[in-house]
Design a protein around this ligand. Structure first.
Ligand code: CDP
Length: 230
């Protein structure tokens, strides 16, 4: 199926399966997949390692200066790097998850990430997932999706993912983290998590990947017309 050179923006609450869905969609249509959350996680890991964030989530103003030269980027292998170092696994830990939302609420951190994200938007043919892609980063994206799922399903997915990566989290800590992040992400002043008025909602609590793909293909055909069947 041939898809025009559009930007697909996928937003939603924590652990709704945005990145797995976005990756599949990108692979299916030959688009580039970009995980905006990975950049916020990378900045958080940096702030933790440099001790620029306290246990109470107070951020040192030094971070703003450090961001002028901080190099967090996606490698050609699609993984996240800090300079030459691959940080893909480390940024997914519960320790980073515990502090990423307060860091992502800081306006200059958002400006740093937005700058990097918008560079990819020049050519289209991207699928980007996050919290504010359809509302703030690419408000003119031609296709916007807002993902939701029940809290139980989301917690179980994130728990299984952490276990698969070798951690042994308590399920209740995972639930607590999802709730805290959703609250902070939806209540911050700068670019809060919201469904864009023109976004299509996808509740995937009881859907598998095949059903999700069929859903978006139907949506694209409806919106952009029938595309050739290759
Ligand atoms: O855990 P999940 O995959 O759902 O989250 P993520 O996409 O890795 O994002 C981690 C955190 O980064 C979120 O909880 C938000 O605080 C922040 N974020 C954001 O503020 N704006 C975005 N566009 C993407 C992520």
């Amino acid at each position: 199926m041939k898809v025009p050179d559009i930007i697909i923006a996928i937003d939603g609450f924590s652990s709704t399966g945005k990145s797995s869905f976005a990756k599949r969609v990108a692979a299916k249509f030959g688009f580039l997949y970009l995980d905006s959350g990975a950049l916020y996680r990378g900045v958080t890991l940096f702030a933790q390692e440099e001790r620029l964030i306290s246990k109470l989530n107070t951020v040192s103003p030094t971070l703003e200066e450090e961001l002028r030269t901080l190099d967090i980027h996606f490698g050609t292998d699609g993984r996240t790097y800090m300079g030459p170092r691959c940080i893909e696994n480390q940024i997914r830990s519960l320790e980073v998850s515990a502090q990423v939302s307060p860091i992502a609420a800081v306006p200059y951190v958002r400006a740093y990430v937005d700058r990097k994200l918008r560079e990819f938007g020049q050519k289209g043919r991207i699928v980007m997932d996050g919290r504010d892609i359809g509302t703030t980063v690419f408000p003119h994206a031609q296709l916007k999706i807002f993902m939701t799922a029940s809290e139980e399903v989301r917690a179980r997915r994130r728990y299984d993912e952490l276990v698969a990566n070798g951690s042994m989290p308590a399920l209740e800590d995972v639930v607590k983290n999802l709730r805290e992040r959703d609250y902070i992400d939806s209540h911050r002043e700068t670019a809060p998590l919201r469904k864009a008025p023109d976004a299509f909602e996808l509740d995937n609590s009881h859907m598998d990947m095949q059903e999700e793909l069929a859903w978006i293909q139907g949506l694209i055909q409806g919106k952009f017309g029938l595309l050739d069947a290759s």
